[in-house]
Ligand binder design. Structure first.
Ligand SMILES: [Zn+2]
Length: 147
């Protein structure tokens, strides 16, 4: 695997759009507009369904637009030279390479745990996010060696 290919992989998988896609939803069921269900593991590793009250937030991945450029196009950045091709430039700026947002699936908003009623769940999810980030760093390290 060439150095450039490895670098492209590292940039692609570190892109926030791709990370959002890989993360997926943090809940597994929507019960009603104000309640979702998550797998909640206790300190013994036992899993139980847990109902979580939710509210809504503007999607941070697309800033509430609902779509973004396909990260396969620009996750490694684009240079001025890329825009020497005027067809590419025009297509890029007119959204021809856009895809439905990987996080909100085009909804422009996302469900988040209710900040006042779900403090324990928020702490739990923050820890899960830290664990996931550690795992991501491990995968990136493996990619550096072309694995
Ligand atoms: Zn979005």
């Amino acid at each position: 695997m060439s150095y450039q290919h490895i670098l492209d992989d590292l940039n692609y998988y570190a892109d926030p759009r791709v990370r959002a896609k890989e993360r997926g939803d943090w809940f597994h069921t929507i019960l009603d507009p104000f309640t979702v269900v998550i797998d909640f593991y206790d300190e013994n590793g036992d899993c139980e369904d847990r109902k979580v009250r939710v509210t809504r937030a503007v999607c941070p991945t697309c800033d509430g637009i609902g779509h973004h450029v396909n990260p396969s196009i620009d996750s490694g950045g684009l240079s001025a030279g890329d825009f020497d091709d005027h067809d590419f430039e025009e297509s890029y700026h007119h959204g021809h390479f856009d895809v439905s947002c990987y996080e909100c699936h085009g909804n422009k908003i996302i469900l988040v745990p209710h900040p006042e009623h779900e403090k324990e769940v928020i702490t739990y999810l923050d820890q899960q996010a830290r664990d996931e980030y550690d795992s991501f760093l491990e995968r990136q390290s493996e990619r550096r060696f072309g694995c």
